[in-house]
Ligand binder design. Structure first.
Ligand SMILES: Nc1ncnc2c1ncn2[C@@H]1O[C@H](COP(=O)(O)OP(=O)(O)OP(=O)(O)O)[C@@H](O)[C@H]1O
Ligand SMILES: [Mg+2]
Length: 213
C-alpha cells in the first residue's frame, strides 16, 4: 500500500480538489483507494456525501488517529491512501507527511503563495520525504508560472512537470460529488488529472505501467 499526502498550510490552493481527482483516477486504474480527510471543515467528506458512486471511500478523522486508520486500511486490502491535509495546521502536516511515500504540495503560482509554501517544504525536508510542488490555478498567460518554478527549483524541491490550470471543470465537478475527469471527460482538466496521476504513479512505483497487449 502506498500513501500520498497532499499538504499545504495555505488555504484554497486545491488540496481537496487534487485529492478527489487523483483518488477517482486511481480507482479507474483498478486501485482500491481511500481518502483520509484531515480538514476540520471536512470538504472531501462533504464531496463524498454528494457523490453517487460508492468509491473512493472517504473517512474524516483527526491526525492523531492516522496511524491506526492507515493500518486498518492496509489490513482491508487498500492499494492507495490519499491524505487531504488541512490548511494552517503545521502539526497536522507533520503527522501526515510522516506516513507518506510521496508528498504533493499544491501551490498557486503567485509570489505570496510561493512564500507560504516554504513552511510546508520545511516540514517535508525535515522528514526527508519525496515531494513535489504542483502548481495550481495556472493561467496560460503571464510570467507567474516561470517565476514560481524558478523559486521552487532554488529551494531544491522538484516542481511537478504537470501543472493544473485555472479551470471551471474543477469547481463545477467538486460541488456535485464528481471529479473533473468525470464531469468533462474530454476536457483539459481531465487531461491534466490523467497526466498528474501518471506522474504520481512513476514517483510511487518507479515506472509507468506499460499497456498490456
Ligand atoms: N485548478 C482549479 N481551477 C479552478 N478552480 C479550482 C481549481 N482547484 C480548485 N478549485 C476550486 O477552488 C476552491 C478551493 O479548492 P480546494 O477546496 O481544493 O482547496 P483546498 O486547498 O483544499 O482548500 P482548504 O485549505 O480550504 O482545504 C474550490 O471551490 C475548488 O472547487
Ligand atoms: Mg481542502
Amino acid at each position: 500500500m502506498k500513501v500520498i499526502a497532499i499538504l499545504s498550510q495555505k488555504g484554497g490552493v486545491g488540496k481537496t480538489t487534487l485529492t478527489t481527482c487523483l483518488a477517482v483516477a486511481a480507482e479507474a486504474d483498478g486501485k482500491k483507494t481511500a481518502i483520509l480527510d484531515l480538514d476540520p471543515q471536512a470538504t472531501a467528506s462533504f464531496w463524498s456525501d454528494e457523490r453517487e458512486a460508492e468509491t473512493p471511500a472517504v473517512s474524516s478523522l483527526q491526525a492523531v488517529r492516522l496511524s491506526a486508520v492507515i493500518n486498518a486500511a492496509k489490513s482491508a486490502g487498500t492499494d492507495l491512501v490519499i491524505i487531504d491535509g488541512a490548511a494552517v495546521a503545521r502539526d497536522v502536516a507533520q503527522m501526515a507527511a510522516q506516513h507518506a511515500d510521496l508528498v504533493l504540495i499544491p501551490t498557486r503560482a503567485a509570489v505570496f503563495d510561493t512564500m507560504s509554501m516554504v513552511h510546508t517544504l520545511e516540514v517535508v525536508k525535515q522528514l526527508g520525504k519525496p515531494a513535489a510542488v504542483v502548481l495550481t490555478f495556472v493561467s496560460p498567460r503571464g510570467y507567474e508560472r516561470a517565476d514560481a518554478e524558478a523559486t521552487i527549483a532554488e529551494l531544491g524541491t522538484e516542481v511537478c512537470p504537470v501543472v493544473i490550470g485555472d479551470r471551471k471543470a474543477f469547481s463545477r465537478a467538486q460541488s456535485t460529488g464528481l471529479a473533473a475527469q468525470e464531469y468533462e471527460p474530454k476536457g483539459k482538466a481531465a487531461a491534466e488529472v490523467d497526466a498528474l496521476y501518471k506522474y504520481t504513479s512513476i514517483r510511487l512505483y518507479g515506472a509507468a505501467k506499460e499497456p498490456t497487449r
